[in-house]
Design a protein around this ligand. Sequence first.
Ligand SMILES: Nc1ncnc2c1ncn2[C@@H]1O[C@H](COP(=O)(O)OP(=O)(O)OP(=O)(O)O)[C@@H](O)[C@H]1O
Length: 282
Amino acid sequence: MLEVKDIQKTYPKFKLDCSLEVKQGQVTGLIGQNGSGKSTTFKAILGLIRIDGGSIMLFDKPISQLTVADKEDVGVVLADSGFSVFLTIKDITPVLSNLYSNFDKEFFSKQVDKFELPWNKKIKELSTGMKVKIKILVAMSHGAKLLILDEPTAGLDVVARDELLDILREFLEKDEDNSILISSHISSDLESLCDDLYMINQGKIVLHEDTDVLLSEYGMLKVNEDQFAKLDKDYLLKVKKESFGYSCLTNQKQFYLENYPDLVVENGNIDEVITMMSRGDK
Ligand SMILES: Nc1ncnc2c1ncn2[C@@H]1O[C@H](COP(=O)(O)OP(=O)(O)OP(=O)(O)O)[C@@H](O)[C@H]1O
């Protein structure tokens, strides 16, 4: 559905060099710390910035060849975009009808009611959670097959985050071919939703893995100097020096559980994996 190959973008103090893929019917997450290049990647995909190299194919076409109808098949939520804060939901509904030939007014209205969003309040008076919900509902209301969501959970409390994930699950249930590309710097937001995760650090993808594999096969060994000396290091991805010895990231947790029964092997926690992939040595 979306194939980003070796795209490059150089800013004075930053270089993006990244590839990723979103398959039909899948939810793909892009996780990275602030400034790691998530928004730059999204802007490149949407043709909002010019890339210095690489290629981006969407719906099997280079993005420069997408038609207006193709573009309607993509629902977008960017961190710094939205409607005029002085308008109400009632005001924006006819605007959306004019903007999108496939705008599904009935679906939009039903969702606004379902999520108890106020029709007549100015958007500036709404909570952050409500504003995000509106943006996502708009992105979903014109027959999009792919949602591209840049940090939609930023600034939301736990309840609003859950509601947002429910909205996204509804989008996925609507059609089994629907897909999502979503970014966040909080991995726990994404692990229940995403089929696969890319981790980006300083403009580069440092890890791509199925979420299930990440959660079931990745693990963290906590070992002292002696244990570390005796450890088979073939299946370690990253090692970090600690006061007690070493933390070691592996993608073969089972191997260490079976062969080193005395070692502490903790389950893969995505935040730890990201920290290790970003900062660990090896
Ligand atoms: N127009 C620009 N000119 C110069 N540098 C830029 C420009 N846009 C982004 N950058 C730099 O590129 C880097 C990556 O920014 P980007 O917004 O893609 O990160 P991000 O992962 O989305 O971070 P955040 O979570 O903070 O939004 C940052 O160091 C940023 O300062």
